[in-house]
Design a protein around this ligand. Sequence first.
Ligand code: BG6
Ligand code: MG
Length: 218
Amino acid sequence: MDIKACIFDLDGVIVDTAKYHFIAWREIARDLGFEFTEEHNEKLKGVSRMRSLEILLEIGGIILDDPAKEILADRKNKNYLKYVLQMTPAEILPGSKEFLLELKKSGIKIALGSASKNAMTILDRLKITHLFDVIVDGTKVFKAKPDPEIFLKGAEELNVSPANCIVFEDAEAGIEAAIAAGMKCVGIGNSEVLWRANWIIRGFQNFSITKLNDLVKS
Ligand code: BG6
Ligand code: MG
């Protein structure tokens, strides 16, 4: 495979925002009168904000109309942003910035493919916006992962064929989206969740283009 572009998910791949999503959702659940656990939070990884709320409401056995859901999703986001706005570049996950810099130097194109509508704010806080040739976030797509739209749009904007793209993802929905886009996918994290990925790594610490090429050849 000739790797021409790498497309990165953001939450859980470049930065660990899951802990902030968790605190913000837990507060909503508490207001609604039930406990939301870290195990429940796993189900929200890679899933859009509104779908996350719907899953949370299913857990609590609560039915709400759309305007009430909008209010809660908005409240959760305001809550979440309190943490996001405090983030610093020190929160970039180990090795990811180094890997992005190596890709940039080597001429391999870089895109962001994130479901988050807060992606620009987060990249800005981390001071890495300039490293991406193309940014596709939750404000630019109609269909959430596992639909391939995010990744296909990234490849199209980079002018690279999906067959020459590698996706880096930490969530099941994201891996399904990459496969549906006709791209190869490196899962970041736990093999029990990510078994559908073509390859799995623990994280970017000590990762490099040479190691990526070794994986692709394996
Ligand atoms: C994904 C996260 O990247 O973005 C999900 O994994 C989150 O947990 C989704 O719900 C949407 O994020 P936001 O920032 O638009 O609420
Ligand atoms: Mg993710």
